[in-house]
Design a protein around this ligand. Structure first.
Ligand code: NAP
Length: 270
């Protein structure tokens, strides 16, 4: 089935990262004109730009937690390619393992900035473009996380930011976008553990992988391709034109968390 993405201008935030780069590959394969956003990893973005071809992709740098950077990002894209028609709000940052009683306000603010404020600023600029250009069927896909569904001990900052993205933010925006554009849609893809640089430490920890696999029906963690294909599906009006405000969990049937190791539980006290 056709995706209808040919020649669409698609901004992928965090395209220098593991999931974002695969999303960019899949959109480029469909003939979209992809904007490869990066923050610090210029090399990752450049390699991808070369791989996808400079006629099909272009790089764009921004710290998405900064208002002026996001405005400049959209202005540059509009000047070079025309208005952004599809946004994949994928950029985000996992945080150091920190119990709540040791979590500094500084870390809390930084995590919310990188994972929630960045999505607010990106989507606000996108919505402004929709209004200015009268786009008819714009589409956005937000990247949440199973952390926002199940919570995650020692990552309350990250889980809170993701929870806000995939619940209150998503559900509000799907009602606003259709007032700006009758066929406008906002959806989310919420990955579980996915093999990318973000979870490098976890990927090298066999015990952690076994603990996590115990919560996943399919006993495997996702690959970026698994996440990217759901993003493509939700972004395409031809494939999912009547879906809005939905969240697809790409998590192999994950049920929750293993809270304790067997040695931490005394059967006589249960
Ligand atoms: N991997 C997982 O297990 C997993 C699970 C659930 C959800 N997710 C979510 O999936 C998304 C992609 O994650 P990933 O695994 O692909 O991670 P990744 O490889 O570390 O990529 C993260 C991307 O976000 C960008 N970024 C971070 N902070 C930014 C900021 N302040 N401004 C602009 N860009 C910023 C990074 O840019 P630079 O590198 O260029 O600085 C990078 O491109 C994230 O939202 C993450 O929370 C991942």
């Amino acid at each position: 089935m056709q995706t209808g993405l040919n020649e669409k201008v698609v901004l992928i935030t965090g395209a220098s990262g593991g999931i974002g780069s695969e999303v960019a590959r899949q959109f480029a394969k469909e003939g979209a004109r992809v904007v490869l956003h990066y923050h610090q990893n210029v090399r990752g973005a450049r390699n991808l730009n070369v791989e996808l071809g400079e006629s099909r992709s272009q790089m764009a740098q921004a710290d998405l937690s900064q208002e002026a950077d996001v405005a400049r990002l959209f202005e540059t894209i509009e000047k070079d390619l025309g208005p952004v028609e599809i946004v994949i709000a994928n950029a985000g940052k996992y945080t150091p393992t920190t119990p709540l009683h040791e979590l500094s306000l500084e870390q809390w603010n930084q995590t919310l900035s990188a994972n929630l404020t960045s999505q607010f600023l990106t989507l606000r600029e996108f919505f402004r473009g929709i209004k200015r250009h009268g786009l008819l069927a714009p589409s956005a896909v937000l990247i949440g996380s199973t952390a926002g569904k199940f919570g995650e001990a020692f990552h309350a900052d990250y889980a809170s930011a993701k929870g806000a993205v995939m619940h209150g933010f998503l559900k509000s925006l799907k009602n606003e976008i259709s007032r700006l554009a009758p066929k406008g849609r906002v959806n989310a893809v919420c990955p579980g553990w996915t093999l990318t640089p973000m979870v490098r430490d976890f990927a090298n920890d066999a015990a952690a992988k076994v603990r996590v696999a115990q919560t996943i029906a399919m006993k495997k963690i996702a690959r970026p391709e698994d996440v990217a294909s759901s993003v493509l599906f939700l972004a395409s009006s031809q494939l999912s034109g009547h879906l809005s405000g939905e969240c697809i969990f790409v998590s192999g049937g994950m049920e929750g968390r293993v809270l304790y190791a067997p040695e931490e539980v005394d059967a006589s006290e249960v």
